[in-house]
Design a protein around this ligand. Structure first.
Ligand code: URA
Length: 421
């Protein structure tokens, strides 16, 4: 069997065997198969799909392509498929750790229009996202939680394949997205996993049907790999919470941990944390939710966050926020805010300096957006819609006005769109 035969087989809509999938994944990582052949196979997968067994075999081959984390304890993890304003990790990880669950989390940096947890943590002066493996494990044993940036060589096959997908229009394929995400989770040693699959204008999945299929595929892969896995489908037709940008998002996460903050962010955080506790402790969702709400009310989650920050060298008191430029955006129309092009708003935040357009861009932690009006808010002429903060001289007011729609009727806007077990 050669790579040519494998491409031919998938082109003709046939099922690839475990050996064929391993041959392509290992051959690519070892530089024995050229980019053009892998790109051709990826396109055949995009067009003709993969069945559950093929997706699981692809995931395992990628998970086994590099280092694998192993712990002498069970941990619980969460993963979001990527969104704008999503700072839930900063909230749910301390909540569940304060309830006795172990969180050993390796997160990524943001790229494109979505933010990354590591950038948000690095906006806290002194916060060390690079702990040694010993420090990482020791901290989890001591305080139940550590959040670090991925240092080990986790799923190198995914890294190489993802880079190729990015330039060959082969990103938007459910089997390829599901195997990419789950290979990293398997290699990171997760034993309980809650997935937050985003749906809408700021997500890979633009409609609920596709999101359900992606969620079901990932839950099946998780189960096949002996990970307790569950997925929530959540709305990304608008940014989550009111703040976008690294320092602004840290501040908003603290507001929620203090018992305040925007309703959507609070509701999704409680939902994710409740499922994480329920999986980790093997208790009902209702019982877990009572514990989560109490951990927020009695501030034990907030204190766990403070403990996490100080254990990793961060100093919240040293955060300063004095961006040079502030652009206030006022409405030119009256009516209900009915649409937010969330991907576009994420790109505006990146252009202000909050994110990276290429992987070597330097982030401005102060840059970002505060949203004053969100979907279904009634807006009058000259009402403040949003404020843009930046240290660059870039006026993106018109871009923001183009990214939203104001109409005379409100629209449906549910936050949680389903749970896949
Ligand atoms: N996130 C990933 O890690 N991989 C994908 O393919 C898409 C989103």
């Amino acid at each position: 069997m050669t790579m040519y035969d494998i491409i031919e087989k998938k082109k003709n809509k046939n099922t690839l065997t475990k050996e064929e999938i391993s041959l392509f994944v290992n051959g690519y990582v070892n530089n024995e198969i050229p980019d053009y052949q892998v790109a051709s196979l990826l396109m055949a997968i995009v067009l003709n799909g993969m069945n559950d067994e093929e997706v699981t075999n692809l995931t395992l081959a990628m998970a086994n392509s590099g280092d694998k984390m192993e712990y002498n304890f069970k941990a619980v993890d969460k993963h979001s498929t990527g969104g704008v304003g999503d700072k839930t990790t900063l909230i749910v990880a301390p909540i569940v750790a304060s309830l006795g669950c172990k969180v050993a989390k390796m997160s990524g940096k943001g790229l494109g229009f979505t933010g990354g947890t590591i950038d948000k943590l690095e906006s806290i002066p002194g916060f060390r996202v690079q702990l040694s493996e010993d420090e990482f494990i020791h901290q989890i044993n001591e305080i139940n939680i550590a959040l670090i940036s991925q240092t080990k060589n986790i799923a190198p096959a995914d890294k190489k394949i993802y880079a190729l997908r990015d330039v060959t229009a082969t990103v938007d394929s459910i089997p390829l997205i599901a195997s990419s995400i789950m290979s990293k989770k398997i290699a990171s040693g997760a034993s309980n996993l809650v997935l937050d699959v985003k749906v809408g204008t700021g997500a890979f999945m633009k409609n609920v049907e596709d999101a359900k299929e992606l969620a079901t595929t990932m839950v099946n892969i998780g189960k096949n790999a002996n990970i307790n896995t569950l997925a929530i489908l959540s709305n990304m037709n608008q940014p989550l919470g009111n703040n976008i940008g690294n320092i602004l998002e840290v501040k908003e996460a603290i507001e929620v941990l203090e018992g305040n903050g925007p309703t959507d962010l609070k509701e999704l955080s409680i939902e994710l944390a409740s499922y994480m506790v329920s999986l980790f402790k093997n208790i009902s969702y209702d019982l877990a939710k009572n514990q989560v709400v109490e951990a927020l009310e009695n501030k034990q989650a907030l204190n766990k966050f403070y403990q996490l920050v100080s254990s990793q060298g961060g100093n919240l008191e040293k955060i300063t926020f004095n961006p040079k430029y502030e652009y206030k955006i006022y409405s030119k129309k009256e009516g209900y805010l009915t649409k937010m092009n969330t991907e576009e708003i994420g790109k505006i935040a990146s252009l202000l300096g909050a994110g990276r357009m290429t992987k070597d861009d330097i982030i401005d932690y102060e840059a970002g957006i505060i949203l004053n009006k969100k979907i279904n808010d009634y807006v009058k002429e000259n009402d403040l819609l949003a404020t843009l903060y930046t240290n660059k001289e870039v006026d993106l007011t018109d871009n923001y006005l183009h990214a939203i729609e104001i109409n005379n009727k409100s629209t449906e806007n549910k936050l949680i769109l389903g749970v896949i077990k």
